[in-house]
Design a protein around this ligand. Structure first.
Ligand SMILES: *Cc1c(COP(=O)(O)O)cnc(C)c1O
Length: 557
């Protein structure tokens, strides 16, 4: 049969294969179909330099990624997502029309797609019926495949099943087959309690670990993933990788999202994500559409579905997209874990009654200057999980007291220029905290906005041993601060006493509050502590959300 342009000149393999199907882009629907993060990444700081070509492997980025994954820079190749690492592996190691790879279906489809593009054959060693890896079968397939088999692709936690591989299977394969690359795709490692294989790179020159920033780090749109391997493997791959795969804005976005201060915030998000996975698995078991929920160590759940057409209609009605695997895996669909609010919508589509709880008022603030690098996450409706690290012991203690008595959860991490002094750290943390609190209060998605009481400058007395602090707060939106009191000494521990009023001044600015403090006593430590506790105590009722009677406090702001 004669072919038409340009099929007549294209590689035969390209004509033959089915393109990889992926959504890409977003619609107005609720997208729970591609295992993306529901949250925006921390913001990018602009630094310019776009007139120059970037390095093939930007050194600062590689150093940061090496630190993140606990490996050496020479053991990393960064590219446009883990997808590009898969592609480069195929192009580096598989001769077209000759070599092959091995995968364990059902698994991530891009392994086979890339192999087809490269003209490599894909051999299969399927997972067992319970989706566990069959190590003996994989070894047997490798032995019978012979020399053309170059790469074994394993995925753990596996997409779409959510299972993790037994570590022995991987290390046994690495040892038994030293001339075959054993690749572990760990795109979902952050969601799993299993250890990453990255720490074993030093032992096995044929082990390759793939990681991505698309899932746990909310950067699917930036395109950044890595291959981690023996430096000799990495060097070969760098020959095949295009000269400038990492655009400068991408590098900036990644560096901003991975700024050291942001790590506790990522941890807090992951904790929430995992608790939502547990909640969803439990709640979906009540759905009449779902007959089985597979245990998952990733940010998705694989489901056995009955009455699939009715479910698809329900999903359509609620505008929820999930991933439909029925073409290749009979009766199966996969739902990504979104934010609590998104998950509630998905549950409604699955016909599960959800108790209407208003979403917790959480917010984040990220602040990075030459002097400080700060990330803050607050939860006005859950005081658990407070974790503070500013580098100033006494300040950590005070912020903890503020959160504790204010009844809110606080994750705050700061890397400041303490080699100069404590001033920038104390001031900038106060500004960032006020911003986060004000965002959490004013996230105007209906419910939260007016649902808290407003103590209008009603003074609160905070006794502490010989000390007494009187505090009044008004969340009026108009910042102001008055402070009466004289400290007997100029420091409490590593905290300069003059920074106490300055802290509340800065907090009032970004929180949009009027704060009045009158403190008496003869111990500086006690006096400062009474101020922080007192302000906490005064904030608690101001932050409290009362019932659902939205109109009652309307107009107070
Ligand atoms: C999402 C996913 C990838 C792709 O990661 P990118 O870094 O976005 O290219 C790779 N492997 C698996 C198993 C995935 O699920």
């Amino acid at each position: 049969m004669s072919k038409t342009w340009p099929d007549n000149i294209a590689r035969k393999a390209v004509l033959g294969f089915k393109p990889y199907s992926a959504r890409g882009g977003a619609t107005n629907a609720l997208h729970l179909d591609a295992n993306e993060s529901p949250w925006a990444p921390p913001p990018v700081t602009q630094t310019g330099g776009f007139n120059r070509y970037p390095e093939q492997q930007p050194a600062a980025l590689i150093a940061r990624l090496a630190d993140l994954y606990g490996v050496k820079p020479a053991q990393i190749m960064a590219g446009r997502g883990a997808d590009e690492a898969i592609e480069v592996l195929l192009r580096t190691f598989c001769e077209a029309g000759q070599d092959s790879i091995l995968t364990c279906p059902p698994t991530f489809g891009y392994f086979e797609t890339c192999a087809a593009i490269q003209g490599a054959q894909t051999l299969l060693a399927p997972l067992r019926a319970d989706f566990s890896y069959d190590g003996d079968l994989i070894a047997a397939e490798i032995r019978s495949a012979g020399r053309g088999l170059k790469i074994v692709f394993l995925c753990s936690p596996n997409n779409p099943t959510g299972h993790v591989i037994e570590p022995n299977i991987v290390t046994d394969l690495c040892q038994e087959f030293p001339e075959i690359l054993i690749v572990i795709d760990e795109a979902y490692a952050e969601f799993s309690s299993a250890d990453s294989f990255a720490c074993q790179i030093n032992q096995y020159p044929n082990l390759v670990v793939l990681r991505t920033l698309s899932k746990a780090y909310s950067l699917a749109g930036a395109r950044m993933g890595v291959a981690i391997a023996d430096p000799r493997v990495i060097n070969l791959m760098l020959k095949v990788l295009p000269p400038y795969p990492i655009a400068r804005p991408v590098e900036q976005a990644v560096m901003a999202a991975l700024t050291p201060a942001a790590m506790p915030v990522h941890e807090a998000r992951l904790k929430l994500w995992k608790s939502e996975r547990t909640r969803m698995a439990k709640a979906l078991s009540a759905s009449s559409y779902v007959t089985k929920i597979y245990p998952s160590e990733a940010n998705f759940l694989l489901l056995d579905i009955v009455e699939d057409e009715a479910l698809l209609r329900a999903l359509g009605k609620y505008q929820v997209k999930i991933r439909d695997f029925r073409q290749t895996l009979p009766g199966k669909m996969r739902v990504s874990i979104g934010s609590p609010q998104e998950n509630d919508i998905a549950l409604s589509a699955f016909g599960v009654e959800v108790k209407v709880v208003r979403p917790a008022r959480t917010a984040e603030a990220h602040r990075k200057t030459k002097e400080t690098d700060i990330a803050v996450r607050v939860n006005l409706d859950d005081a658990a999980g407070t974790k503070i690290d500013t580098g100033i012991g006494f300040y950590d203690h005070m912020l903890e007291a503020l959160a504790k008595h204010g009844g809110f959860g606080l994750v705050l991490s700061c890397q400041g220029d303490l080699e100069i002094d404590a001033h920038h750290t104390i001031e900038d943390c106060a500004l960032a905290l006020g911003t986060a609190l004000s965002r959490a209060l004013g996230d105007k998605a209906g419910a939260g906005r007016f649902g808290f009481t407003m103590p209008l400058l009603k003074p609160l007395l905070m006794p502490m041993d010989e000390t007494q602090a009187q505090v009044a707060i008004d969340l009026s939106g108009r910042p102001s601060m008055t402070f009466k009191g004289a400290f007997p000494t100029d420091h409490a521990g590593d905290f300069p006493a003059e920074m106490c009023p300055h802290f509340f001044e800065s907090l009032s600015q970004t929180l949009g509050a009027s704060i009045q403090i009158d403190v008496e006593g003869d111990n500086t430590h006690h006096m400062i502590e009474a101020c922080f506790k007192g302000v906490g105590r005064a904030l608690a009722p101001a932050f409290k959300r009362e019932g659902t009677d939205i109109a009652s406090t309307k107009g107070v702001l």
